[in-house]
Structure formats: structure tokens, C-alpha cells
Ligand binder design. Structure first.
Ligand code: 3H9
Length: 688
């Protein structure tokens, strides 16, 4: 074996050279990998004893893409283009042997090879769009030449990889290898290809056509999904170029559009989120050698919407779940809804009937707390009442085995107070799921004053296993997400009294990139959450709407009127109520422009985020961004509220808050931490 460099090896046996990339964790195409692969291909190419070359990777995966950490830094030769060109032009037949994930630049490298073999579990894709990019090393030009323009469009704009079997059906993979015999298979494949006189097939020389109207139809069909994002459109333009331009020209188009995206804010935001997601899992200062607790059996208290949704996460991931509910009817209904949800998913073809039965088979429904005794983790998901929660935790303390983790799904309440009702506060934490809990990716893991490090780490690892993005939050009212939602809600409500209408506020927030505005959200959730006719004082706008049975989408009226298709129109009744409310409060209504709406709603959130950092209730600014991305629909292309603050400038945020401070001293007072960051002329992401 010859080491080409620290991350690539070359061996030759009986005329077949095996070039192995070994650059953990994911064999990303760093400068060293690029240099090694090109040198290896050239060396083997010149070796007269070599008849063919197999390109393979050590470790858990084939090349998973360009090295994202190198983006934005000066390029070190050779470029990925040059590497792929070198492979494609090699005088020796090159076969890519793929396992794990061939993604982005990794798949582009494989597309430069003359043939591709893969194990059935491998996945192949061009996920650049998720980073606000497009495949910039010939991927948009080669992929459609193999799978056709329509499939290529789908793959580059969704970024979703395809499995090796599907890839084989589409011609992207030439042969499937046995799961545990990839290299031997690839070597044999290469040997036979040479013996059979197979050509050195260059994808660049293949033709591609598109059916008429393909691109326009595709754009129209996906307009809503792509709203606000720059990358999908540029990806489409590249596939168009593949169809309408010769290969080299198409590659130039790709290069130009790639650079445009790469240097733009959107891609920077999306790359930031890629790393933020991975960073969020890490607990700073976690004692070395922390051993996580074993979680096999999970208990859930409460079979309502939350309890049911939380249970489904665990059942789907293969955990045994015991769900306990005091009311028999509610228990039956809850279990029925869970089955119904699974059945619906099965109807859509996303689950087999066996999987439905397997999941439901893992569930035990009970009315006895005692049945939770042997659980390794118990999550309480009853309604928000401190007294009830304390009673429940007191009982759990008596019943559940020592060493189990006791968690509350509270969205606002003080975890420390809840923990104090047990004799084991070190085992207590918050696990705040977002509704619908089986769908939403976010999980706020609330660290109490006494929560043990191994408890926290166990819950973080477990979250990943059930497909959640977990973010650690400290104990404070509303934790990270809901705490920051509060100022936005406050400003939205003030704005409509001062002169805007709900639909003005919603339009601005929607145009910013959120899926909906605060009033649309309120209508969707139901205006009567936490409201009752008996206690209504008829003072707030919400009281007045609920009293008129305008309770949101479910009653087909709330802030908006809704038709049977749930399409909304502004309500004249609401308009009148708002005008009256302003008059009663002696507020002289004025014209409020979009900029003011945006700044007051978003900058006050940023300010609260800064306060959260100042108080140490979040480990890092990027954790806050993850919360808003995965829990509240903050547009990914803006990178989350704290990253967004950096892009508009923290100084600017301070200035604008100060400008509004004349109207309210407290609501807009910049926090000390925001002031500090702004004064130092930096952003949140580059600090803390
Ligand atoms: C591209 O290719 C552009 C080209 O078209 C054009 C060029 C001219 N770079 O996710 P994990 C790190 S764009 C650098 O936890 P998993 C990651 O940060 C790229 N680092 O593992 C983490 O580090 P840490 C297109 C990377 O098993 C560690 O590896 N490719 C990269 O759950 C483990 O990652 C993509 O977008 C990278 N490309 O999932 C693929 N990838 O341990 C992006 C990962 O310090 N990657 N790291 O936190 C993935 O989707 C997943 O990482 C993968 C493995 C599925 C591969």
C-alpha cells in the first residue's frame, strides 16, 4: 500500500488500483482529499500495470460533499473541478464504490467516474440547495444526462437523496453490490469491464433533452415551496442550461450561479444553520467520560394531544411506551387518535400496515401510575397547572425506580419548583415538545438548577434518536421560544391599536418568510385557548372575539373570516372592533408602514434573545436560531433571529430600538448584552 498523502492510499493488485479516501468523519473534500484523489488518479493512470481504478472510501461513508468549513476561505488547488476532470479524462477505467452517503461534491466526484457501483443501503444525492447552494462541480450538468431533466430537477431542488436501488433503476448506479462485500465486488466489476472492453463512459458526452414546458410547469408547481429562497431557482436555471447549452458552456453557467449563491447572505445563513444544528447537541463543560443512562421503557402521563404526539415519537423509534391517563374515555380516545394518525400515514404509503401494528404493539395504555414503576424515563404531559404537576412529580418520586429520568412537558412553568416536589431533583428536567409533537422537529430540553449532567446528555442523545432537534434552555418563563414570542405578540397587539390592521401585520411577517403571521397563527390555534365565557371581562380584543363566537378557523371566523376552503378574508367586524378599541383607549390611530411593523416585531425578539444569552438561559446564539427555525418557521434563508441581527447589523438593531423607545421606555430598551455586542462592532454568531 502506498500512502498518497495523509488521507488517501493507493494499492494495486492484479491490475486493479484501489484508491481509498480516509478522512473522517465523512470524507469531505478538503484540500488534502482533493490533492490525494487527483494525485492517486494520475499515478494509477500512468502505471502501465494498472488496467482500471476503483475509488472507494474508508469509514462510515463515501465522500459526503465539499468541505463546508472551507467555504468563504481562499481556494487551495486543485479545485474540485480539476479533480473530477482528471478522473473523467483518466486513460484508465474508473469505478466509484459507494457506501453510506454520496452527497454533493461526493456524488459529483462519482459522476466523474466512468461507472458507479453501490451497496443497497447507500444514498446518493445533491443536497446543496439545503445549504442555499447548487452543485458547483458539474453536478447540475452531469446528473440530468444520466437520470433525465425531470428527475434531476426534483433531486437538485429538493436536495433529498435517493436510495441505491432507486438510483440503479434510474441509471445513476450501474450495479448493486452485496452489503458487506463492496470493495471485492467493485474490483471484480472493474476487471470484467476491462475484459468486456467496456468504454470509458464520460457523462459529459451524453445527450439530454427535456419535454416542452417542463421548467415552467415545475416552477409554477413549486412556487409556494420555494418562496423567498434564491437557490431553487438557480438550480432550475442550471438544469435548463444542461439541456440548452453544450457541456462546457453549461458548466460555466453553473460556476457563475454557484459563485453568486456562495457569496450571498442566504447561503451563509443556511450554512450557519447546518452547523448550528450539530452544535446544539453539544453540552459545554460536560464532564469527560459521562455515561448516559439506558432508556428502554418510556412512560407518558396524559393522553391528550401532547401526550399522544409525544408517545408516537417513541413508538416510531421502537421504544416501549406506557401511557397513563386518569380518565378512561380520554385514554381510549387518545390511543384511538394515535392509531388513526398511523393509519393515515400508512394510507399515504409512508408506513406499512406491519409497521403500524409494530408501533401500536409497543404501546401499553393504563390508568394506574404504578405501571410506570419500571420506566427509564417518564414524561408528564398534563395541562399547565403547577399544583397538579407538583402532585404528579411527588407521586412519581414514590413509584418510579431510582435512576429513572423524570421530565415535564411544561411550556412555561418553573422546572426547579416541579423538581423540588421530589427527593431527586438531579433526575428532573423539562422536555418541551411543540405541537403537533409527532411532527415538529424542535425539542427544548430544560436544564433545572439541579439537573445532573448525565441526565441532560441522555436526553440530548435520546432526542436525536427520536428525530428531534434538541436545544438546551435554562429555567425562565417560556424558555427560549415562547419567551421570545411574547414581545412579538405584544408588539403585534399594540400595532393594531395604534393604526395597523391584523392583515397588515400578517402580510409583513409572511413576506419576511414566516409561514404565517401572528393573527393567522392565533386563528389557527384557536382564540379560546385559555379563555372561558365565565371569566371573560370583554376588555381585550380576544375576549370580544370569543364572546361573539369568533374563535378562529374552527368557527370559520376569528381575526379573519374563512370560507369552506379555509381561505381567509379580512373581517369588517374585526376592523370595527379594532377602531372602537383604539378610540376607547384614546389612541389616535396613524398610518404605520411595513418597516415599522417588521422592526417592532422582529427587533424586540432579537432583544429578548440577547437577554436570554445575557442570563445564560441559552448556551449560544445559534441555539436560539435553531429554536426559531425548527419550532416557529423562521425562514431558513435568514438564518434565525440572531443570525439575522448580524446580517442587518447589531448597531442598526440598537438604533432602531432606540428610535421606538420614545413610545415606550420599557418595551424597546436595548438589553445590556445587545448594547455590548453592538458597541464592540460584532454580531452574535461571532461572539459567545
Ligand atoms: C458541496 O458539496 C458543494 C459542491 O457541489 C461544490 C463545490 C465546488 N463538510 O451530520 P453529522 C461534519 S456542499 C464539513 O453529525 P451524520 C459535521 O459538521 C456539501 N464537515 O453525521 C459533523 O462535525 P462535528 C454537500 C462536515 O452521520 C460531522 O461531520 N454535502 C460535512 O448524522 C458529522 O456529521 C452536504 O450537504 C461537510 N460536507 O450524517 C452533506 N458534512 O462532529 C452534509 C458533515 O464536529 N452532511 N460534516 O459536529 C450531511 O448531510 C451529514 O453530515 C451526513 C452524515 C449525512 C453526511
Amino acid at each position: 500500500m502506498t500512502a498518497i498523502n495523509a488521507v488517501t492510499d493507493l494499492t494495486t493488485q492484479d491490475g486493479i488500483a484501489v484508491l481509498t479516501v480516509n478522512s473522517p468523519p465523512v470524507n469531505a473534500l478538503s484540500a488534502a482529499v482533493r490533492q490525494g484523489v487527483l494525485a492517486g488518479i494520475e499515478t494509477a493512470g500512468k502505471d502501465p500495470s494498472v488496467q482500471a481504478i476503483v475509488l472507494t472510501c474508508a469509514g462510515r461513508t463515501f465522500i459526503a460533499g465539499a468541505d463546508i468549513t472551507e467555504f468563504g476561505k481562499p481556494m487551495v488547488e486543485p479545485s474540485l473541478h480539476a479533480v473530477i476532470k482528471g478522473i473523467e479524462a483518466s486513460p484508465k477505467l474508473v469505478v466509484a464504490a459507494i457506501h453510506g452517503t454520496a452527497l454533493g461534491g461526493g456524488l459529483e466526484t462519482a459522476l466523474g467516474c466512468h461507472y458507479r457501483v453501490a451497496v443497497p443501503s447507500a444514498k446518493l444525492g445533491l443536497p446543496e440547495v439545503k445549504l442555499g447552494l447548487l452543485p458547483g462541480a458539474g453536478g447540475t450538468q452531469r446528473l440530468p444526462r444520466v437520470v433525465g431533466a425531470a428527475q434531476a430537477l426534483e433531486m437538485v431542488t429538493s436536495g433529498t437523496p435517493v436510495g441505491a436501488r432507486q438510483a440503479a433503476e434510474r441509471g445513476l448506479v450501474d450495479a448493486l453490490a452485496p452489503e458487506d462485500g463492496l470493495l471485492a465486488f467493485a474490483v471484480e466489476y472493474a476487471r470484467e469491464a476491462v475484459a468486456d472492453g467496456k468504454p470509458l463512459r464520460k457523462i459529459r458526452d451524453m445527450n439530454v433533452q427535456a419535454e416542452p414546458g417542463l421548467f415552467d410547469t415545475f416552477r409554477k408547481a413549486n412556487a409556494r415551496k420555494f418562496r423567498g429562497y434564491e437557490a431553487p431557482e438557480r438550480n432550475i436555471q442550471c438544469i435548463e442550461a444542461a439541456v440548452s447549452q453544450p457541456f462546457d458552456e453549461g458548466e460555466q453557467t453553473e460556476r457563475r450561479l454557484f459563485m453568486e449563491l456562495m457569496t450571498g447572505t442566504q447561503s451563509a445563513a443556511q450554512r450557519h444553520l447546518f452547523f448550528a444544528e450539530r452544535e446544539a447537541q453539544k453540552i459545554p463543560g460536560l464532564p469527560k467520560g459521562t455515561v448516559v443512562r439506558q432508556i428502554r421503557k418510556v412512560g407518558i402521563i396524559g393522553a391528550g394531544t401532547m401526550g399522544g404526539g409525544i408517545s408516537m415519537n417513541f413508538l416510531s423509534a421502537g421504544y416501549a411506551v406506557t401511557i397513563v391517563e386518569a380518565n378512561e374515555k380520554a385514554l381510549e380516545r387518545g390511543v384511538g387518535i394515535m392509531r388513526g394518525n398511523y393509519e393515515n400515514t400508512a394510507k399515504k404509503g409512508r408506513l406499512t400496515q406491519e409497521q403500524v401494528e409494530r408501533n401500536m404493539g409497543l404501546l401499553t395504555a393504563s390508568m394506574a401510575f404504578e405501571d410506570l414503576a419500571e420506566c427509564d424515563l417518564v414524561i408528564e404531559a398534563v395541562f399547565e397547572n403547577m399544583q397538579i404537576k407538583k402532585e404528579i412529580f411527588g407521586r412519581l418520586d414514590q413509584i418510579v425506580r431510582q435512576g429513572a429520568i423524570l421530565a415535564s412537558n411544561t411550556s412555561y412553568l418553573d422546572i426547579d419548583e416541579i423538581a423540588a416536589s421530589t427527593k431527586r431533583p438531579q433526575d428532573v428536567c423539562g422536555m418541551h415538545f411543540f405541537s403537533p409533537a409527532n411532527v415538529m422537529r424542535l425539542l427544548e430540553v430544560v436544564k433545572g438548577e439541579h439537573t445532573a449532567p448525565d441526565v441532560l446528555e441522555t436526553v440530548m442523545q435520546l432526542s436525536r434518536r427520536i428525530g428531534k432537534v434538541a436545544v438546551v434552555a435554562g429555567v425562565c418563563h417560556g424558555f427560549i421560544g415562547n419567551r421570545m414570542l411574547e414581545p412579538r405578540q405584544r408588539e403585534a397587539n399594540k400595532l393594531i391599536l395604534e393604526g395597523a390592521m391584523p392583515w397588515d401585520v400578517d402580510r409583513v411577517i409572511y413576506d419576511f418568510g414566516f409561514p404565517m403571521g401572528p393573527f393567522q397563527m392565533a386563528d389557527l390555534a384557536g382564540l379560546d385557548i385559555g379563555w372561558s365565557a365565565e371569566t371573560s371581562k370583554g376588555v381585550t380584543l380576544r375576549d370580544q372575539l370569543c364572546e361573539r363566537d369568533r374563535r378562529g378557523q374552527k368557527t370559520r371566523s376569528g381575526f379573519y373570516d374563512y370560507n369552506e376552503k379555509r381561505e381567509q378574508t379580512p373581517s369588517p367586524i374585526v376592523e370595527e372592533l379594532i377602531l372602537r378599541a383604539s378610540a376607547e383607549r384614546q389612541i389616535k390611530r396613524r398610518r404605520i408602514d411595513d418597516q415599522e411593523i417588521l422592526e417592532r416585531c422582529i427587533y424586540t425578539m432579537i432583544n429578548e434573545g440577547a437577554r436570554i444569552l445575557e442570563e445564560g438561559k441559552a448556551y449560544r446564539a445559534s441555539d436560539i436560531d435553531m429554536v426559531w427555525l425548527t419550532g416557529y418557521g423562521f425562514p431558513a434563508y435568514r438564518g434565525g433571529p440572531m443570525f439575522y441581527a448580524d446580517t442587518v447589523g447589531t448597531r442598526h438593531v440598537v438604533e432602531r430600538l432606540r428610535a421606538y423607545q420614545a413610545s415606550s421606555e420599557t418595551d424597546f430598551a436595548p438589553s445590556d448584552y445587545l448594547l455590548k455586542v453592538a458597541e464592540e462592532g460584532r454580531g452574535f454568531s461571532s461572539g459567545k
